[in-house]
Design a protein around this ligand. Sequence first.
Ligand code: PLP
Length: 387
Amino acid sequence: MKPRIYLDYAATTPLDERVLAAMQPYFSEIFGNPSSAHFYGQDADAAVEEARSKVAGLLGCSSAEIVFTANGTESDNLALRGVALAMRRLKNANHILISPVEHHAVSHTAMQLAEVFGFDLSYLPVDAHGQVSPQAVKEAIRPNTAVVAAIYANNEIGTINPVADIHQVCQEHSVPFLTDAVQAAAHLPMNQAAAHADLIAIGAHKFYGPKGVGALYVRQGTPILPTQTGGKQEHAMRAGTQNVPYIVGLAEAFSIAQSEGPRHAQRLLALREHLINQVLETIPGAHLTGHAVQRLPNHASFVFEGVNGNTLLMLLDAAGFACSSGSACKTGNPQPSEVLLAMGFAPELALGSLRITLGRATTSEQIEMLLTALPSLVKRARQLNRA
Ligand SMILES: *Cc1c(COP(=O)(O)O)cnc(C)c1O
């Protein structure tokens, strides 16, 4: 029987059973609407506020600075669109500056702000590792810049950006800085929110929490308009009755990720280093993508010369290995990755990408099985590409 080995933890993670247990009472026992004045509502509200205070504690900020949302994507949307519109109304700021390696939740929002709302959109340069330099931000920021965005840790290539330094440049120019930390929050210490950015997006299902819930840190004093209007929930920044069990789950999962993360990171980093070294050594025409050192501890990504990444993925799938060619949202898309193109990869080479992301359940036996199978699968993918 073929194995079933999950190596796509950057796409999503399984729910931690401790998180499920924490969520359970809020589906039927404690079911009130947090906005209701009676005791049913008060109990639900207490759970939401306890979760908010827990998340705030982990980020090192105040509860007033935490907004719960429906996912990481919505956190990015609220941050970018909400701040751009508020900054335009307040200061006539009409320029948006983002990195070219953002998740689509940021880049497609920026494109809509440009195409539909008339903002002037420009892109920061990145180096060959997909990293943004604070100096580049200093050079590209304008007197009318409304918002700057640079991803904290990239989902496709794992590269970590120097967000605190970028934030400092933005602060010197009084421009709000958004960082998408949806990947970073699963692995890196996050307790210095105010130093890292004015807006920080996270999503629970990337750190063993439930799908369909996220949070946004909004530093006190950051101009922002709600993008979903209605009731006064979430400090009037995000209308809609809160998803109480999922919010409880996000807080519990984030707490576990932040406390147990360093232990997992150490183990996964060793496995990951072995994986990268062996792939580069045993497979001709293999190249690492992203930064070799400043990258997520669980993240390995490559391009293979003469390979179609989708073909390789199908061969891996048939052999029992679940990996990705980049971002899960791009599955089935034969276009080369925009992230790799922005880093200077030739389109033919960028088509041959593979992402392998490790997680809590990954064992060294699984990595050895992959290392045994991969060289011949790459060879087969090359033959199919030539045929
Ligand atoms: C997964 C992901 C998102 C989207 O989060 P969802 O909760 O799935 O909407 C945004 N940014 C990055 C970097 C991600 O990895």
